[in-house]
Design a protein around this ligand. Structure first.
Ligand code: CA
Length: 226
């Protein structure tokens, strides 16, 4: 998943971005609301981590503005320990969840997973698609009960497809889910390579090519015996 972090504190922002990247997420971190605002129109984010105490227009002002504009992205706000009223106001302004500083990255990561699960309409912690099972917390994939060993990017690609099981995603959209703006441009054929690996490691039909458009999740059931 691709995350947007808006946090002006350089130490905390860096720790959050680094910690979440280590946990396999693509992360764009901004210290300034105006930059985050511009980024929202430029990349397909799955969730936002928003600090409420920002210089200039604070996080609440931005959140209210974005919600008025129709932004449906799940948002988790970061608040100070004594900020009960701030938390209530944040939730009322359109936040989906909150965390109190100091932040434990593992807890943040778990709450983001829970928010995305709700956003994608799933109630179960382990996602099932045919004979495929994906546990986003443990980053484990099982196919027909057998564990499948995937790289971080392969996992991110599979997760992006599983999050939108009914949709065809263009190569550009998938590319944007896998890579943030920190690492430079990926090689042009890397997506095809990741798709090839998923088919080889899981099942030939697990990713469907939609000619001229992109890729979609395929049927994840074993072919009937000939
Ligand atoms: Ca702050």
């Amino acid at each position: 998943m691709r995350l947007l972090i808006l946090e002006d504190d350089p130490q905390l922002g860096d720790a959050l971005a680094t910690g979440l990247r280590q946990r396999g997420q693509a992360v764009d971190w901004f210290q300034d609301g105006t930059q985050a605002d511009a980024a929202l129109t430029g990349a397909p984010y799955d969730a936002m981590v928003l600090d409420l105490g920002l210089p200039g227009a604070d996080g609440m002002v931005w959140l209210r503005r974005w919600r008025e504009r129709g932004l449906t992205l799940p948002v988790l706000v970061l608040t100070a320990r004594d900020g009960v009223e701030q938390r209530i106001a944040g939730l009322d302004a359109g936040a989906d969840d909150y965390l109190i500083k100091p932040i434990a990255i593992d807890e943040l990561s778990a709450r983001l997973r829970a928010m995305l699960r709700r956003a994608s309409g799933r109630a179960q912690a382990v996602w099932t698609h045919g004979e495929l099972q994906y546990d986003p917390a443990a980053k484990q994939v099982h196919w027909q009960g057998r564990a499948v060993d995937l790289t971080g990017r392969e996992l991110a690609l599979l997760e992006a497809l599983l999050m939108h099981p009914q949709r065809v995603l263009s190569k550009a959209q998938l590319q944007e889910k896998l890579y943030d703006w920190s690492g430079g441009e990926p090689e042009s054929n890397t997506l095809e390579v990741h798709v090839h690996h998923l088919r080889r490691k899981i099942h030939a039909g697990v990713v469907r090519t939609v000619r001229g458009v992109g890729y979609a999740l395929g049927a994840a059931d074993a072919e009937p015996a000939a």
